[in-house]
Design a protein around this ligand. Structure first.
Ligand code: SF4
Ligand code: SF4
Length: 260
């Protein structure tokens, strides 16, 4: 089993690949860890003796020093982590943790729904299934979105930088990069049903981050327009229960975005 310091050192090595003890010591200090150089050296020797890191001797100021190199030890680490889980939670440790994580996720969804900030519970999932046909992928609606937004939808190569920088992402049912992927695949109905296009705050963070120059904020606007042009308002002004402390600008900007 690996101790917490051993894991921290291995994570530095994993990032840097090849590094000497003093540099590891400095990296840990910068992370705010209270540690001595001697301790780092001792732990590194222990890791080396256990065959978990590679070590080479190099001449240094008339003497020598060791340089440590990351070794592919994923299997050992997984075994060690599973060992930790077993010790903490017993033989059914993994199931126990999974149940706790599921319960936490359910609670977060319930809280968001209660506050009215999440209506759908279709959480983005890597296992999301899409039934795709040639007609979908050549859908004229893709051209329409491109025309309204003046963006080249197919330029997106799904790096995910837009989603990583989006301030609204925790509330969205589809991530910004998933929206553009679905548009590329002609799955426009899924996109138009999503809360994401309305939750988008038009902050342009995604636009600034996109390495392919896709202005995703404009794509979101184009998608909203597709619905608004069918006279489908997302908010109905006459039915709003308005808090008198709400800043006027919040109303004005929301009406601009959410009404036709
Ligand atoms: S940042 Fe740009 S290229 Fe990357 S996923 Fe988002 S839209 Fe696509
Ligand atoms: S413009 Fe919309 S999608 Fe893009 S980062 Fe801002 S909130 Fe997210």
């Amino acid at each position: 089993m690996l101790g917490s310091l051993e894991k921290r050192i291995l994570s530095v090595l994993h990032k840097e690949r090849k590094i000497n003890a003093r540099e590891i010591y400095q990296a840990l200090k910068e992370e705010g860890m209270a540690i001595t150089y001697v301790t780092v050296n001792t732990v590194l020797s222990r890791l080396y003796k256990r065959g978990l890191v590679n070590r080479t001797k190099e001449p240094f100021r008339g003497t020598f020093r060791y340089t440590y190199e990351y070794k592919d030890i994923e299997d050992e680490l997984i075994t060690s982590l599973l060992g930790d889980v077993d010790i903490l939670f017993g033989k059914d440790g993994i199931d126990h943790l999974k149940m706790k994580l599921d319960a936490k996720k359910d609670q977060e969804i319930a809280d968001a729904e209660e506050k009215g900030i999440l209506v759908s519970n279709s959480i983005p999932s890597p296992n999301m299934r899409i039934k795709l046909s040639r007609n979908d992928a050549q859908n004229s609606i893709i051209k329409k979105v491109e025309n309204i937004s003046e963006q080249n939808i197919s330029a997106c190569y799904q790096c995910g930088k837009c989603s990583a920088g989006c301030p609204m992402v925790t509330l969205m049912d589809l991530l910004p990069n998933q929206i553009i992927r679905l548009v590329q695949l002609g799955q426009i109905n899924d996109v138009l049903k999503s809360k994401t296009i309305w939750l988008c705050a038009s902050c342009f963070a995604c636009t600034a981050r996109c390495p392919k120059g896709v202005d995703l904020a404009k794509v979101m606007e184009a998608l909203r327009l597709l619905l608004l042009r069918k006279s489908t308002n997302y908010v109905e002004p006459s039915k709003l229960d308005i808090d008198e402390n709400l800043p006027q600008i919040a109303l004005v900007s929301n009406f601009r975005k959410m009404t036709g």
